[in-house]
Design a protein around this ligand. Structure first.
Ligand code: ADP
Length: 738
C-alpha cells in the first residue's frame, strides 16, 4: 500500500464543539447535550429553544458536566437563546434536590417550574395613551377634550379607559392623539404588583403574641432555621407570622417571601388580610388561574417585582430570584402532598429549600404533624407557643355522646342528646355545624333482595348515592350513572337501598326536625367554585344560615362568630382502616372542626357522636389532651419504627394485564438487594386493587432513619427491567395507602 494522502490526516484534531446540557420539561431522564452555535453565549439558567425530533422546545441550560457519550458530529445546535431572566442557581439546585429526593427525572420537576406555558413568550401589551410631553401649541380645547386630557394625567390608559373616565366617546380620544396632544405608548402586558409596605403598623399584640414575634424576628436574617408556631385555633398564629413576614421584607429590599396555604378556599379572606397589613395585595398562585394571570405572577416573581407570594403547594416552584422566608400555614394538612407526577410534600420541600439556601422556614398549626413534633423534640426545629385564644374567646367544651347508650331513632342519625342540644342553641338564635366528612346521600347502595353492592365498572370502589343529582357516583374514578330502578344483579324492582349517611342525608333529617331553620350543605358537590364557597361562607358569617351541614371542606380556618355548637355526626369515621396516619388525621380534623365553635364572645361547645368513646383519639379530644394523644401516638410509631422514627416509601405497579403485572412484581421480589435496616413488604394487592380496569399492586419499603431509602430504591430499581405495559410509581414518604 502506498502512503495515504496527508490531507485526510490533519496534524491537529478539530476543535471540540462547545456544548451545553439542556434540561427539557419532559419525563426523559436528565437532559441532552446541544451544541452552542458560534456567536451565541449560553450560561447555566438561560432559557433556550432546542430541536427535539421534529419539534422545537423550550428548555434550560443546566450547570454541570455535559455528557460526552454523544459525539460532536451528532450534536444538534441550540436554535435560540430566549431573552428572559435566567433561572437562578438556587432554583436549579432545588430542582436537582427534589428530583433526587423523590426519585423523579429532573425534567418532570423542571416542568413544575415551567408550568406557566405562556410565560416565556414575548407578548405585546395593549395600546394606551399618555399626555404628550410637548403638546401642540394650537389645540382647539372643547370641554370634552379637556376632560380627556384631565383623565390622561398619571399613568397611561387605554382609549376606552380614558373615554370612560371622561364620559366621552373613543373618537374624542383618537382625535386628541391625531392632533398630537396624546402620545401612544404600549402598556406592560404583565402589570407589576404594588410593593408591600412592611413599615405599616400591625395590630397591638397580646403578651404571648409579642413574645412569639420577638423570637421569630430574631430568626429572620439569621440563616436557616425551622420554627413551629404551635398555637390553638384562634390564638393569632397568622397575626404573629405576618410580623415575621414584615421583618423579612423590611430587612432586604429585594427579599421575596412565600406563604403556603393548603386550599384556595382559605386564601380569599387571607388575601384581604394581607392587603390590610401591607397596603398591597400579594401575588396569588393557585390551580384555578387563567393563563394570563399565571404568566403575570411567573414573570413578576422571576424579575423580583412580586415580593410577597401567597399560594398553593406548587408556588414552591416559582422562579424566585431572592426567596428569604417561607411560611407553611396549617403545616399538618395532607393537601400539601402532591398525588400525581412528582409525589412531593410541600412542607418538607419548603424546609429543604430553606436549609439549602440558608433562610428561615415557619410552620404554623394548632395540631402539628407528628413529623414536625418529633423534629421539635429532637431539637432540629424550634417552637414558639401561643397557649390561648386571642381576646375573650375561649376554647369550646367538648363532650362525647356515647351512641351505645343514646342511639338515634331507627332510620335517623342524630342522637336524642344532640337533638336536644340543637334545640337549645337554635332557640337562642345561634348557629350550629353538623360535621360529617362524607359527601353525597349514602356511601353504599345495597340490594335488599340479593345483597348486591353497587360498584363502579371495572373497579373495586363503591358507588355513592347523590340525591341532589339523583346519580350514583364513584368518588375515586369520577364515574357516575343514574340510579337504576332495578337491581342490575337480580333484577328486583325498587330494591336498591341507601346504607349509612352522607351530608345530604343529614341535611334531610335536619330539615324534617327543624323545618323553620335555614339549612345549607357545604361540600365539594355543593360549592364547586371558589365563588360559590365564598358566598356560602359569607352567608354563614353573616348569620344567614342556622344549620350548616359540612364536610371537611368547611372545617378549616374560617371564623363564624355566631357558631356555638359543632356536632360531629360520626367522630369514629376515619379511625378504622390500615392507614398509618388514620388516628392522627382524625384527631387533627376533629380539633380543627371543634376550633370553629365559639370563636367570638359567645362560648362554644363541641359534641362528638361515637360508638368507641374509649378510643384514645376520642378520649384525648374529650379531655382536650393534645399532648397526651400525641405522646401515645408517637410511642406507638416509635415501637413500630414508622415515621417519624423510620422512613417509608411505596412502590406501586399498575397495568391492564394482570399476568404481566404479577410477573413484574415477581422479578422485583427476586431482585430486592440485601441492606441492613431496610425491610420490603409485598407485593400485595392495593386496597383499591382494580380501578377503571387497571390493576394495582403495592410494595411498602421501611427503613431505619439513618438509611437513605432513596439509595436503596435506586440500587433496587436499576437492577430490574419492567415491561413498558407496567407502570411504576415511587412514592417517598407516602400519605396515601389506597
Ligand atoms: P390563628 O391563625 O391562630 O387561627 P388568627 O391570627 O386568625 O389565629 O387570629 C384569630 C382571630 O383573632 C382573627 O380574627 C384575628 O383577627 C384576631 N386577632 C388575633 N390577634 C389579634 C390582635 N393582636 N389584635 C386584634 N385581633 C387579633
Amino acid at each position: 500500500m502506498g502512503a495515504r494522502p496527508a490531507s485526510l490526516f490533519p496534524e491537529t484534531a478539530p476543535e471540540p464543539v462547545p456544548r451545553v446540557r439542556v434540561v427539557l420539561p419532559l419525563p426523559t431522564g436528565n437532559g441532552y447535550d446541544y451544541a452552542v452555535p458560534e456567536g451565541m453565549q449560553v450560561a447555566p439558567g438561560d432559557f433556550v429553544v432546542v430541536p427535539l425530533g421534529p419539534r422545537r422546545m423550550i428548555g434550560v441550560a443546566w450547570a454541570g458536566e455535559p455528557d460526552d457519550s454523544v459525539g460532536d458530529d451528532r450534536l444538534k445546535p441550540i436554535a435560540e437563546r430566549l431573552d428572559a431572566a435566567p433561572l437562578s442557581s438556587a432554583v436549579m439546585d432545588f430542582v436537582d434536590w427534589v428530583a433526587a429526593y423523590c426519585l423523579s427525572p429532573r425534567g418532570v420537576v423542571l416542568r413544575l417550574v415551567m408550568r406557566s406555558g405562556q410565560a416565556l413568550e414575548t407578548k405585546t401589551g395593549p395600546a394606551a395613551y399618555a399626555l404628550a410631553p410637548s403638546p401642540p401649541l394650537e389645540l382647539r380645547l372643547t370641554e370634552k377634550r379637556r376632560a380627556v386630557l384631565d383623565a390622561a394625567r398619571g399613568r397611561p390608559k387605554t382609549a376606552s379607559q380614558l373615554a370612560k373616565a371622561a364620559g366621552v366617546t373613543d373618537g374624542v380620544v383618537r382625535s386628541l392623539a391625531k392632533a398630537g396632544a396624546l402620545e401612544p405608548v404600549e402598556l406592560d402586558p404583565d402589570i407589576p404588583f404594588a410593593a408591600p409596605d412592611p413599615s405599616r403598623p400591625g395590630r397591638p399584640l397580646s403578651e404571648d403574641q409579642a413574645q412569639a414575634v420577638a423570637e421569630l424576628r430574631a430568626k429572620i436574617g439569621g440563616g436557616y432555621s425551622t420554627t413551629l408556631i404551635d398555637g390553638v385555633t384562634g390564638s393569632g398564629k397568622t397575626e404573629v407570622y405576618l410580623e415575621a413576614v414584615a421583618e423579612a421584607l423590611a430587612r432586604d429590599p429585594s427579599a421575596q417571601v412565600l406563604v403556603l396555604l393548603p386550599e384556595i378556599a382559605l386564601t380569599l379572606p387571607f388575601l384581604s388580610r394581607i392587603e390590610d397589613r401591607f397596603g398591597a395585595a400579594p401575588a396569588h398562585w393557585h390551580s384555578g388561574m387563567t393563563s394570563a394571570q399565571r404568566r403575570r405572577v411567573w414573570r413578576r416573581v422571576a424579575d423580583g417585582n412580586a415580593r410577597l407570594v401567597v399560594g398553593a403547594r406548587s408556588a414552591l416552584f416559582l422562579p424566585y430570584t431572592n426567596l428569604r422566608l417561607i411560611v407553611v400555614d396549617e403545616e399538618h394538612e395532607a393537601a400539601y402532598k402532591q398525588h400525581d407526577g412528582v409525589l412531593y410534600h410541600a412542607r418538607d420541600m419548603a424546609v429543604a429549600r430553606g436549609a439549602r439556601q440558608g433562610f428561615p422556614v415557619l410552620l404554623a398549626s394548632a395540631t402539628p404533624s407528628l413529623e414536625t413534633l418529633a423534629n421539635v423534640e429532637e431539637g432540629r426545629y424550634g417552637r414558639v407557643v401561643l397557649p390561648s385564644r386571642f381576646g375573650p374567646a375561649t376554647l369550646p367544651d367538648t363532650r362525647v355522646v356515647d351512641m351505645r347508650q343514646s342511639p338515634p331513632d331507627k332510620g335517623r342519625w342524630l342522637s336524642p342528646v344532640i337533638v336536644s342540644a340543637l334545640n337549645d342553641v337554635l332557640s337562642r338564635g345561634e348557629q350550629v355545624m353538623l360535621y360529617l366528612n362524607r359527601r353525597g346521600y349514602a356511601p353504599v347502595t345495597l340490594c335488599r333482595k340479593c345483597g348486591e353492592r353497587m360498584c363502579a365498572p371495572d373497579s373495586d370502589t363503591w358507588l355513592v348515592e347523590h340525591r341532589y343529582t339523583n346519580r350514583l357516583v364513584c368518588h375515586h374514578t369520577g364515574f357516575s350513572m343514574p340510579k337504576p330502578e332495578a337491581c342490575p344483579a337480580c333484577g328486583a324492582h325498587d330494591s336498591l337501598s341507601p346504607c349509612g349517611p352522607g351530608v345530604e342525608r343529614i341535611a334531610e333529617e335536619a330539615r324534617e326536625r327543624w323545618p323553620e331553620a335555614r339549612i345549607a350543605v357545604f361540600s365539594s358537590d355543593t360549592v364547586g367554585s371558589a365563588n360559590a364557597a365564598r358566598d356560602l361562607l359569607e352567608r354563614m358569617t353573616a348569620g344567614e344560615i342556622d344549620i350548616l351541614v359540612a364536610t371537611q371542606a368547611a372545617a378549616k380556618g374560617h371564623n363564624f362568630p355566631g357558631l356555638t355548637l359543632v356536632a360531629a355526626v360520626d367522630a369514629d369515621l376515619g379511625l378504622a382502616g390500615g392507614d398509618l396516619r388514620a388516628a392522627e388525621r382524625t384527631y387533627q380534623v376533629l380539633s380543627q372542626v371543634s376550633g370553629r365553635a365559639g370563636r367570638a364572645e359567645k362560648p362554644g361547645a363541641v359534641m362528638l357522636q361515637s360508638y368507641q368513646p374509649d378510643h384514645p383519639v376520642i378520649r384525648a379530644l374529650a379531655g382536650q389532651d393534645r399532648d397526651g394523644f400525641l405522646s401515645a401516638e408517637l410511642d406507638g410509631r416509635r415501637s413500630l419504627g414508622f415515621p417519624p422514627f423510620g422512613r417509608l416509601a411505596a412502590l406501586i405497579l399498575s397495568g391492564d394485564n394482570e399476568t404481566k403485572l404479577m410477573e413484574a412484581a415477581q422479578t422485583l421480589v427476586a431482585a430486592v438487594p440485601h441492606a441492613e435496616g431496610v425491610e420490603v413488604w409485598g407485593p400485595a394487592p392495593a386496597p383499591l386493587y382494580r380501578l377503571k380496569g387497571t390493576y394495582r399492586i403495592r410494595f411498602l419499603i421501611k427503613s431505619e432513619r439513618r438509611v437513605s431509602i432513596q439509595t436503596f430504591l435506586r440500587a433496587w430499581l436499576s437492577e430490574v427491567k419492567i415491561p413498558s405495559s407496567v407502570r411504576r410509581t415511587v412514592d417517598v414518604d407516602p400519605y396515601n395507602f389506597s
